[in-house]
Write a new protein. Structure first.
Length: 125
């Protein structure tokens, strides 16, 4: 089974994403991290196929955490979640690091199709 790591410092939002994935029947083990630093450690240890990463985290931000994760788990696909305008965020990050960008306002519409597409491409579902 595939693994998805949710890295989000706001507990309520992180749990809402988890619950949404569960009720949407996404077939994956779900892990959670409450900071960029914790996310980097969990990613190195568990090697998830997909990482849902908040852009703005306390401590190291999502961009720095994503860079560190891709250096040690290059095969993972990182989806950057942000409340900021995507046209402002996308130029800050290499497409070699971030596979997809999803606005938090579009999350419940776009997340499951995006995750399923990535997991199907990888042949994990």
């Amino acid at each position: 089974m595939s693994t998805i790591l949710i890295i989000e410092d706001h507990k309520d939002f992180r749990q809402a994403v988890r619950q949404f994935l569960e009720v949407s029947n996404v077939k994956a083990d779900l892990l959670e991290a409450s900071s960029g630093e914790e996310g980097v450690l969990l990613a190195k240890r568990n090697k998830p196929e997909v990482i849902l990463m908040d852009f703005w985290l306390r401590g190291i931000n999502g961009v720095e955490a994503a860079s560190q994760i891709k250096a040690s788990v290059p095969e993972c696909s990182i989806i950057l979640l942000t409340m900021f305008d995507l046209k402002d965020v996308q130029p800050l990050v290499s497409k070699d690091i971030i596979k997809e960008f999803i606005s938090k306002s579009d999350l419940f519409e776009k997340l499951v199709p995006c995750v399923n597409r990535i997991l199907n491409i990888d042949g994990k579902m």
